[in-house]
Design a binder for this molecule. Structure first.
Ligand code: ADP
Length: 253
């Protein structure tokens, strides 16, 4: 059986093709058209795996762009898909922290990956990947360079919660000659504090996993562990857990 799961996010569209224990992963920028990104992902995944579209049993779509893909595919919420994806990778995890491009969420799950409760921040860019993209830009860096550049022992306080004001604050700090590494560590702490406050509202149960594109930033993982006082597991395929969950939910009927 061939099952495709797509997670069409604000920044990146992720796809997972599952076929009898085999798994193909693909990521492309979402760009201006979530529909086009979804269609391109399906074509590219099938090409890579070497199957014609008629062999596909189900396509399940999640992420903010899921409504745009009007090809009859089943749609499922991101919360359910991340829960299912993480449960498949780490059955012992009961708390998931997901930080994507435009929102952050904390999800509590049971042993079968069913959602018990969740909290979400999708109102404010602080505490999301967007905040890190804008502030990295102000530092002349790419988001992928942040974790290597941080100096946690020199972390400076970033007082602005608003992304636009934080950008101005960074420009001011750089003008004063403050070290970039300290500013980056301050940014990581600021994101981690915002997200940790949200996670604590939900309550930490069992082991904790961290997913979404921002989980690739080891500095955020470090700062989250510090704020939460516990170990945080980052799956190797942290950006794909929503797409994996979608593919699994689709394959389960
Ligand atoms: P969405 O589902 O909204 O598209 P993702 O979960 O794909 O979001 O995460 C996108 C975010 O991941 C970006 O905003 C960026 O902050 C972060 N990110 C992307 N690539 C990297 C990387 N190589 N290292 C660190 N952070 C990254």
């Amino acid at each position: 059986m061939i099952s495709i799961g797509l997670d069409i996010g604000s920044v990146a569209a992720k796809g997972v093709l599952l076929q009898e224990g085999q798994q193909h992963l693909m990521i492309i920028p979402t760009g201006w058209s979530p529909r086009q990104a979804g269609e391109q992902l399906i074509d590219s995944l099938l090409q890579r795996a070497g199957y014609p579209v008629k062999d596909v049993h189900n396509i399940t779509v999640t992420g903010y762009g899921r409504v745009a893909l009007n090809n009859g595919a089943r749609t499922v919420t991101e919360i359910k898909c991340h829960a299912r994806g993480v449960a498949a990778l780490y059955p012992q995890v009961r708390t998931i922290i997901d930080i994507g491009g435009q929102d952050s969420k904390a999800i509590q799950i049971d042993s079968r990956g069913r959602v018990i409760d969740f909290v979400m921040n999708d109102k404010c860019a602080a505490g999301t990947g967007r905040f890190l993209q804008v502030t990295a830009n102000a530092l002349g860096l790419d988001v992928s360079e942040l974790s290597d550049g941080e100096k946690p022992e020199q972390a400076v306080d970033i007082n602005s919660m608003c992304t636009v004001f934080a950008e101005s604050e960074i420009i001011g700090l750089l003008a004063q000659g403050v070290d970039k590494g300290g500013i980056i560590a301050g940014l990581h702490r600021s994101v981690a504090r915002k997200v940790a406050a949200m996670v604590k509202r939900l309550g930490i149960v069992g082991e904790v996993a961290f997913t979404g594109g921002v989980a690739m930033n080891r500095g955020i993982k470090r700062a989250l562990e510090q704020e939460l006082g516990c170990t945080v597991i980052v799956p190797e395929m942290c950006q794909y857990t929503g797409a994996l969950g979608a593919a699994l939910i689709g394959s389960e009927g």
